[in-house]
Design a protein around this ligand. Structure first.
Ligand SMILES: C[S@@+](CC[C@H](N)C(=O)[O-])C[C@H]1O[C@@H](n2cnc3c(N)ncnc32)[C@H](O)[C@@H]1O
Length: 338
């Protein structure tokens, strides 16, 4: 563990050093017939900052809608929590919205342990500083890890009740099948009285969705292109960013926004650390991210398929986004209490 103040510690799980995931993903993804790169590599220091800028864009309604729900409902949510709950957050990022909930929880308990789990250690450190300046009776133990590994660390350390927070509709980055599998794993890592509060973006018109992922100022384009910049920075890549374009398209049948990087010309790009040149046709697309949108029925199905009971659901005024409190159903896979 290393700490910047007594109230903030980071559990380093060796995520950054472990088996050079990025190199492996780039090697496999760019050698595939349909090229792809994993969206979890968006979030280096630059990518995390760009995501914060996206959250402020006029087209990106998700953050404002979710924040609106939290502001309106934080007290009601806090009132449903058991005494001395620990707040765990998956993919916490800057944690701007989380502060609303922390404030409400601290109105009903003397102190709070907050355990954010994120692969971006810069996001963990930057947000912790802001949180500790604002809340004096908050202790933060950040976990620098992938979700699953982070949840294991949390389970080993925390014996009391937990609220697991998963905001930003990050569940949308999983296919529907993978989302149910992932949530079953989350459920299995929880004790029977633990709760999950999950933000889920709702299905809506293409005219709203596509600009949310392809804004007029081009910030989302920079965020997407940062994957290629990251290959240049970390793996000795020679991508010319002007030779690729950002593309976001909504597939209404699947209910998902798909993001791609499109090669604007025929080209071969050398990547020194891989010792190879990658060929691109003009117009060839590299798939980078899925963002699934959910109907209310699809949220209920997701809860059922992942052994959760949907206990409560809140919406913003325009019903664009939902916050879902889940818990309850404890099956064989549940970790026994204490
Ligand atoms: C879309 S941002 C959401 C941030 C914040 N929760 C919000 O709602 O604004 C996703 C966050 O999850 C983190 N993240 C993405 N994939 C992850 C993974 N597999 N394990 C842990 N953290 C992850 C990223 O570093 C980023 O901070």
């Amino acid at each position: 563990m290393s700490g910047i103040t007594e109230s903030f510690k980071v559990i380093e799980t060796g995520y950054k050093e472990r088996d050079n995931d990025f190199l492996k993903d780039v090697r496999e993804g760019l050698a595939a017939d349909s090229k792809h790169l994993s969206c979890r590599f968006f979030y280096d220091k630059k990518g995390s900052k760009l995501f914060e800028a996206i959250c402020d864009l006029p087209e990106y309604y998700l953050t404002r809608a979710e924040r609106e729900i939290l502001v309106d409902q934080a007290k009601a949510i806090a009132a449903q929590m058991p005494e001395n709950v620990t707040l765990v957050e998956l993919g916490s990022g800057s944690g701007v919205k989380t502060q609303v909930l922390i404030e409400a929880l601290l109105l009903q308990q003397m102190s709070l342990l907050y355990m954010p789990v994120d692969i971006s250690s810069s996001a963990l450190e930057d947000s912790a500083q802001v949180f500790l300046d604002r809340f004096s009776n908050l202790e933060i133990v950040g976990v620098s890890a992938e979700y699953q590994r982070g949840l294991r660390e949390v389970r080993e350390r925390i014996k009391g009740p937990k609220l697991v927070l998963w905001l930003g509709s990050s569940v949308g980055n999983f296919t529907r099948l993978d989302a149910a599998q992932f949530l079953r794993d989350v459920r299995a890592s929880m004790r029977s009285d633990d709760l999950l509060l999950m933000g889920v973006d709702l299905r809506k018109d293409r005219a709203v969705l596509e600009p949310a992922y392809d804004d007029a100022q081009g910030v989302t384009a920079q965020f997407n292109l940062n994957l290629l910049e990251r290959i240049n920075r970390e793996l000795g890549g020679h991508f010319n960013l002007d030779a690729f374009q950002h593309k976001a398209v909504y597939d209404e049948n699947e209910g998902r926004v798909e993001m791609y990087l499109v090669s604007t010309r025929e080209q071969v790009v050398a990547i020194d650390d891989l010792g190879l040149g990658v060929s691109f046709e003009e117009g060839e697309m590299v798939f980078t991210e899925l963002s699934y949108k959910y109907s209310l029925t699809e949220i209920e199905t997701l809860a059922e398929d992942s052994d959760f009971e949907l206990l409560h659901q809140w919406f913003d005024g325009k019903k664009r986004f939902s916050l879902n409190l889940m818990g309850g159903v404890c099956q064989m896979k549940c970790v026994n209490d204490h």
